[in-house]
Design a protein around this ligand. Structure first.
Ligand code: TPP
Ligand code: MG
Length: 695
C-alpha cells in the first residue's frame, strides 16, 4: 500500500502503516542529523508498536501516572524508536511540578532536531531532558539493570501500599534490549538477581538480530541465551519473526500469564529491515543510510520516496484509539479507585505524594541525636549504621542493602518490621543484592526513579565496579544513595586490592555527585541530614572501617558546619593562623592531634574539616574566605588517598600528605606509620609549609 494513496485503511494495513511511520521517522531523523542508528529502530518498530499499542498500560496524557507500565529502551542507541513512539502516541510534556502540559514531550520539530544542541532528542534517551523517558540509557546493560530496580519497586510498592480491593500498584516493567545488553556483565547480574527475586512483573524483549557494531554477533557471542535465562529462573519464549504481530502478542500474553518469574522474549529480527544493504556484512550499521538507500528503503515500504518526516493521515489517530484510549480509561478507573483509597488511607496517600515530589515526611529528622564525645570513639560505618536505622524509621520509603557486605557496611535495617525483601516477602526493606555491585548501582537508580529513596552499599574500592551507575544517577539528577565503607588504607590487613587510593579523586571529578567523607560520628549525623534532603543529586557517603574519636564539640566547633561542606573546626587562639591543616574523614582527628601539638609548641594553627568539596565549593566567596583566607598560604591537606586535586585548596605552595602508591597489607598501625599518617609527619609538614610560606 502506498501511503500517499491511502483511502480508508484498516486492520493490518493500518498496523503496517504505523510501523513504517516509526521506521521512516527514524530513517529521516538519522539522515537529517547525519548521525545515529537507524537500523535497530527499523528492525524493532513492530515490537515497540505491538507492545505500546496493544499492551502498555500507559496514559500518554499523563506520563507520571503512578501505576503506569514502565518502558525502558536499554539499547539506547535506538533512541529514535523511543522518540517516534513518544511522538506518535502523543505523550505530553511534564512541567517541573510533574504536571502534564498540553504540549507534546517530543513534537515533530524535536524529531527534526534529533541529536542537535539543546533538543529534547539527544543521541541517547535522557530522562532529565525528555518527559516520558523513564531512565537514561546508552551504556549498554544499564537500562536492563534499571528495569530490575523498577520491578523491585513495583513489587515493594504493591506489598506496602495495596489494600484489599485497592490495587494501587500492579504495573509491569518492559525493557527492550540488544545483544550488547546481554553480553555486558551487568546484564547477567541483572538477570540473575531478577530470576532469584522472581520478579514476575518484569519482561525483557531481546532483539536477537545476530549483529553488533563490529560485525556478526557470532564473532563474539555464541552462548545459548534461552538456556542461560532458563538457568536464571526466567520464563523464556521466542518470537521467530519480529514482523509477526500475532506472534508478538502471544508472547506478551505469555508474560502476562506468568506469575512466578520474569519473562524473556527472544525476538528474531533483522536490523535495518527493508533496507537493501546486506546486513550480515554490517555496512552502514550505526550510521545514516545515505540518500540513495533512504529512497530504496522507502520504496520497499511502499512509501513516497521523496517524502520526509511523513506521518500519514490516520496514524496518530490510530495510536489515540489504541494506547491513548486504553491508557485514558485505565488511568481514569485507577484515579477513581485511588480517590477512595486516599480517603480511607490518607497517610499512605500522603506518603505517595511526598515520594513523588522527593520530599520528606514531617519529623524526618527526629531522634537524630548527637553522639557524646569519646576519645576512643567509633568507626563512621558504625555511627552511620545507627543514623541510617533512625532515619529509615522516620522515612518509611528508605530501603536498600549491600552487595553481600551488610554486616561490614553496617547497613542492615534492624528495627521491628524492617524485614527482608525476598520472593514472597516483597514488603521488606532490606535488599540482598548479592555480590553484584554493578546491578546494585543500576537497580538502586531504577528504584529511585520509581519514587523510593534507595541505597546500595559496598566497600569503597568496589565503587569502581558500579561507577557507570553512579555516573548515570548524577546525569539523571536523581538522589540515589551510595554508601561506601572501608574507605582507605586504614582498612589494614586486606591490603592493596581492597584499599582505595584514587576513588575519592575520581568521584569528586564527577559532575553533580555529592561526595561526603565525615570525620567523626557527629559529622556522620550531619552528612545523613544532607543526604536525606537531596532531591536531584546522588550522594556517595564514604566511611571508615576503623574507630575514630568522637570529637569534643564543646572544645571544637559544632559538627553543624558539615552543612557548608568545610568549616573551621579548631582555630588559632587569636589573630591570623600561621598554618591551616585541612583534613577529611579519619584524618580530621589526626589534624586535631597535630594542631594540639603545634599549639603546645606555640604555633597558631587552624584545622579545617572538609567533609564535602562539592558543598564547600557552592558556598559564597565570603564564607570560603573566612575558612581559607587567601592571605594564609601555609596550608597542608591530610587525606589517606591520592592527593590529586588538593592543590585546589592548599594552593601551589601548599603541602599534601596523601598516598602516592597503592597501599599494603598489614595491621593498621603499621600501615599508617609506613605511609606517614602520624602526628609527627603532619606537624613536620606544617612546619615546612610555614617555612615555605613565610608570613
Ligand atoms: C557499555 C557500552 N559499550 C559500548 C557501547 C557502544 N555501542 C553502541 S551500540 C553497540 C553494539 C550494538 O550491538 P547490539 O547491542 O547488538 O545492538 P544492535 O546494533 O544490534 O542494535 C555498541 C558496542 C555502548 N553503547 N555501551
Ligand atoms: Mg544486535
Amino acid at each position: 500500500m502506498v501511503a500517499s494513496e491511502q483511502a480508508v485503511v484498516t486492520g493490518q494495513q493500518l498496523d503496517t502503516l504505523c510501523i513504517n511511520t516509526i521506521r521512516t521517522l527514524a530513517i529521516d531523523a538519522v539522515q537529517q542529523a547525519n548521525s545515529g542508528h537507524p537500523g535497530a529502530p527499523m528492525g524493532l518498530a513492530p515490537v515497540a508498536y505491538c507492545l505500546w499499542q496493544e499492551f502498555l498500560n500507559y496514559d500518554p496524557a499523563d506520563p507520571t501516572w503512578l501505576n503506569r507500565d514502565r518502558f525502558v529502551l536499554s539499547n539506547g542507541h535506538a533512541s529514535m524508536l523511543l522518540y517516534a513512539m513518544l511522538y506518535l502516541a502523543g505523550v505530553r510534556e511534564v512541567d517541573e511540578n510533574n504536571q502534564p502540559l498540553k504540549e507534546l514531550a517530543v513534537p515533530m520539530e524535536e524529531i527534526k532536531r534529533f541529536r542537535q544542541l539543546g533538543s529534547r532528542t539527544p543521541g541517547h534517551p535522557e530522562s532529565h531532558i525528555t518527559s516520558g523517558i523513564e531512565t537514561t540509557t546508552g551504556p549498554l546493560g544499564q537500562g536492563v539493570g534499571n528495569s530490575v530496580g523498577m520491578a523491585i519497586a513495583g513489587k515493594w510498592l504493591a506489598a506496602n501500599f495495596n489494600r484489599p480491593g485497592f490495587e494501587v500498584f500492579d504495573y509491569n516493567v518492559y525493557a527492550i534490549c540488544s545483544d550488547g545488553d546481554l553480553m555486558e556483565g551487568i546484564g547477567g547480574e541483572a538477570a540473575s538477581l531478577a530470576g532469584h527475586l522472581k520478579l514476575s512483573n518484569l519482561c525483557w524483549l531481546y532483539d536477537n538480530n545476530h549483529i553488533t557494531l563490529d560485525g556478526p554477533a557470532s564473532w563474539s557471542f555464541s552462548e545459548d541465551v534461552a538456556t542461560r535465562f532458563i538457568g536464571y529462573g526466567w520464563n523464556v519464549t521466542r518470537v521467530t519473526d519480529a514482523n509477526d504481530l500475532d506472534m508478538l502478542a502471544r508472547a506478551l500474553n505469555v508474560f502476562l500469564e506468568t506469575k512466578d518469574r520474569p519473562t524473556l522474549i527472544i525476538v528474531d529480527s533483522h536490523i535495518g529491515f527493508g533496507s537493501p544493504h546486506k546486513h550480515d556484512s554490517n555496512e552502514a550499521h550505526g550510521e545514516p543510510l545515505g540518500v540513495e538507500e533512504v529512497r530504496l528503503t522507502k520504496k520497499f515500504y511502499g512509501w513516497p520516496e521523496d517524502a520526509k518526516f511523513l506521518v500519514p493521515e490516520g496514524v496518530r489517530e490510530h495510536f489515540q484509539d489504541g494506547i491513548g484510549k486504553r491508557g485514558r480509561e485505565e488511568h481514569a478507573q485507577w484515579s477513581k479507585m485511588f480517590a477512595e483509597y486516599s480517603q480511607k488511607n490518607p497517610d499512605l496517600a500522603e506518603r505517595l505524594h511526598l515520594m513523588q515530589k522527593r520530599e520528606l515526611p514531617a519529623g524526618w529528622d527526629k531522634n537524630l541525636t548527637a553522639f557524646p564525645a569519646d576519645p576512643k570513639g567509633v568507626a563512621t560505618r558504625e555511627s552511620s549504621g545507627k543514623v541510617l536505622n533512625t532515619l529509615a524509621q522516620n522515612v518509611p520509603w528508605i530501603i536498600g542493602g549491600s552487595a553481600d557486605l551488610a554486616t561490614s557496611n553496617k547497613t542492615t535495617l534492624k528495627f521491628e518490621g524492617a524485614g527482608d525483601f525476598q520472593p514472597g516477602t516483597y514488603s521488606g526493606r532490606n535488599l540482598h543484592f548479592g555480590i553484584r555491585e554493578h546491578v546494585m548501582g543500576a537497580s538502586v537508580n531504577g528504584m529511585v526513579v520509581s519514587g523510593i529513596r534507595a541505597f546500595g552499599a559496598t566497600f569503597f574500592n568496589f565503587s569502581d565496579y558500579m561507577k557507570a551507575s553512579i555516573r548515570l544517577a548524577a546525569l539523571m539528577e536523581i538522589p540515589s544513595i551510595f554508601i561506601y565503607t572501608h574507605d582507605s588504607i586504614g582498612l589494614g590487613e586486606d591490603g592493596p586490592t581492597h584499599q582505595p587510593i584514587e576513588q575519592l579523586a575520581g568521584l569528586r571529578a564527577m559532575p553533580n555527585l555529592i561526595v561526603l567523607r565525615p570525620g567523626d560520628a557527629n559529622e556522620v549525623v550531619e552528612a545523613w541530614k544532607i543526604i536525606a534532603q537531596l532531591q536531584s543529586q546522588p550522594a556517595a557517603l564514604v566511611l571508615t572501617r576503623q574507630a575514630l574519636p568522637t570529637l569534643d564539640r564543646t572544645k571544637y566547633a559544632s559538627a553543624a558546619g558539615t552543612a557548608k561542606g568545610g568549616y573551621v573546626l579548631a582555630d588559632a587562639a587569636k589573630g591570623k593562623p600561621a598554618v591551616i591543616l585541612i583534613g577529611t574523614g579519619s584524618e580530621v582527628s589526626l589534624c586535631i592531634d597535630a594542631y594540639e601539638k603545634l599549639k603546645a609548641d606555640g604555633i597558631q594553627a587552624r584545622v579545617v574539616s572538609m567533609p564535602s568539596w562539592e558543598i564547600f565549593e557552592r558556598q559564597d566567596a565570603a564564607y570560603k574566605e573566612s575558612v581559607l583566607p587567601a592571605s594564609v598560604t601555609a596550608r597542608v591537606s591530610v587525606e589517606m588517598a591520592s592527593t590529586f586535586g588538593w592543590e585546589r585548596f592548599v594552593g601551589l605552595k601548599g603541602r599534601k600528605v596523601g598516598m602516592h602508591s597503592f597501599g599494603a597489607s598489614a595491621p593498621i598501625k603499621d600501615v599508617l606509620k609506613f605511609f606517614g599518617f602520624t602526628v609527627d609527619t603532619v606537624v613536620a609538614e606544617a612546619r615546612k609549609a610555614m617555612e615555605e610560606n613565610p608570613s
